[in-house]
Design a protein around this ligand. Structure first.
Ligand SMILES: [Zn+2]
Length: 439
């Protein structure tokens, strides 16, 4: 349970785009887990009897928001047998069996705990084998266990044989089946909807085909209508200009990954009449593609086609980021965690990639993961900034993240909805980190 709390003498990063920092700040947290007051330590009276965390010499920032995560795996390379196309149907059968139910839940619990302990206090899942993230989200909301705020998608929606099918997707070719699938997810408790608008790196069989359009605009339109009617936002995996255009015209709210954008597509992001709120946002995921691009194929196991497609997709994402910055398209931050070489504790690496490859300032990268993501996911009244009335979702670090982003790999304290995690611990995979540290 949350307890009344005062965090005193912190150097506070607001998470705004300019990187505003307030020296010697105190934050008061109420018993309901919400922030009661924020201000200069000299001006904030700490009530008697509350727990005090002296954050002298430490840095305080809003809890991170991960807009693009999968939670069914830990980011270690999958055994080759599981990625063999001949057994993927068997894998899909297992994943959807009652036997897998509890197994997937415990993997999800471990994944979200790892993200939480590295400062991620809100996670949107975007493609789950079943409804295990829905169940874990409910357990956290009931207070049965400590965890981040979860926005679960359930299985993604794809065409037969499309990206993510059959393991983590419900498939439909026609409008009626598509409508049935989206309604199924919504009725089972999904609070986000994910579409495979185009193919992806892992399933492209020819160079240049990673962004091949898969779902028709008409089918995506039906999905957006159904989701928007219940206030749920729609995310689409889209890795080509053509695929992004169709998704945006259908009303998709967030474009995942991205590609080089043409002028009419840029316009659509800013003014998208079919989206829930009149605009759409871009959520690039650089750290999922980086290992495929940077590491030797003998390490990644990628075939030459996958390697070439990964390079194209990576360049496309960088181009999209540049265009988005130039045209003030809203950009969010997502890790694509659970994919190979993307462990749940490495959110800081996505920020690092946005800075080093995407050309963002550290302040801008941090802004994406906090205030911008809150706005993109429609939760800015709830979290994403250190302000009275919002949930006390907070991270304390020993170093200044604007100078050393890697300090986020090991926060000294994490607070979620006012509940304090002292000395958050994480199990890491040294062999993966050694590879990722190479670039
Ligand atoms: Zn993904």
């Amino acid at each position: 349970m949350p307890e009344p709390l005062a965090i005193t003498h912190a150097t506070m990063l607001t998470g705004d785009r300019d990187g505003t920092v307030h020296a010697d700040t105190t934050v008061l947290v109420e018993a309901d887990g919400r922030i009661a007051a924020v201000g200069p330590t000299a001006e904030i009276a700490v009530p008697d009897g509350v727990r005090v965390i002296d954050a002298s010499g430490r840095f305080l920032l809003p809890g991170l928001i991960n807009a693009h995560a999968h939670l069914f795996s830990d980011g270690k390379p999958l055994p080759p047998i599981l990625v063999n196309p001949r057994v993927e149907k068997l894998v899909a059968v297992f994943l959807h069996s009652p036997l897998a139910r509890r197994w997937l839940e415990s993997r999800t619990e471990r994944a979200v705990r790892t993200q939480l302990n590295t400062g991620v206090t809100t996670i949107r899942s975007v493609g789950d084998p079943g409804y295990e993230v829905v169940r874990v989200a409910r357990a956290i909301e009931r207070g049965d266990r400590l965890g981040p705020r979860l926005i679960p998608s359930g299985p993604l929606l794809a065409v037969p044989g499309g990206h993510g099918a059959p393991q983590i997707a419900l498939t439909g070719a026609d409008v009626d089946t598509t409508r049935k699938n989206v309604r199924r997810n919504l009725s089972r408790g999904a609070r986000a909807i994910k579409i495979s608008a185009t193919a992806g790196v892992t399933d492209a069989t020819e160079i240049g085909y990673a962004g091949r359009p898969e779902m028709s605009e008409a089918n995506m339109r039906v999905i957006c209508e159904e989701a928007h009617a219940t206030g749920v936002l729609v995310a689409a995996h889209a890795q080509s200009d053509e695929g992004i255009r169709a998704a945006l015209r259908a009303g998709v709210d967030t474009i995942e990954h991205g590609a080089a954008l043409s002028d009419d597509v840029i316009e659509l992001f800013g003014h998208n009449p079919n989206s829930l709120r009149g605009f759409s946002a871009l959520v690039p995921t650089l750290t999922a593609a980086l290992p495929l691009v940077k590491l030797d194929r003998s390490v990644t196991g990628a075939n030459p086609v996958a390697r070439a497609n990964a390079e194209m997709i990576f360049d496309g994402m960088l181009s999209a980021i540049r265009t988005a910055v130039e045209h003030e398209i809203l950009i969010g931050m997502g890790t694509d965690s659970a994919l190979t070489f993307v462990p749940h504790y490495n959110t800081w690496r996505e920020l690092d990639a946005l800075i080093r490859y995407g050309g963002l300032t550290p302040a801008h990268a941090l802004h994406l993961a906090t205030q911008a993501n809150a706005r993109i996911l429609g939760i800015e009244a709830v979290t994403g900034a250190v302000e009275p009335g919002r949930a006390a979702d907070l991270v304390l670090t020993d170093a200044d993240p604007l100078v050393d982003i890697r300090t986020l790999a090991q926060p000294s304290t994490v607070v979620v909805r006012g509940q304090v995690i002292d000395a958050p611990a994480v199990e890491r995979f040294p062999e993966i980190d050694a590879l990722l540290d190479e670039f």
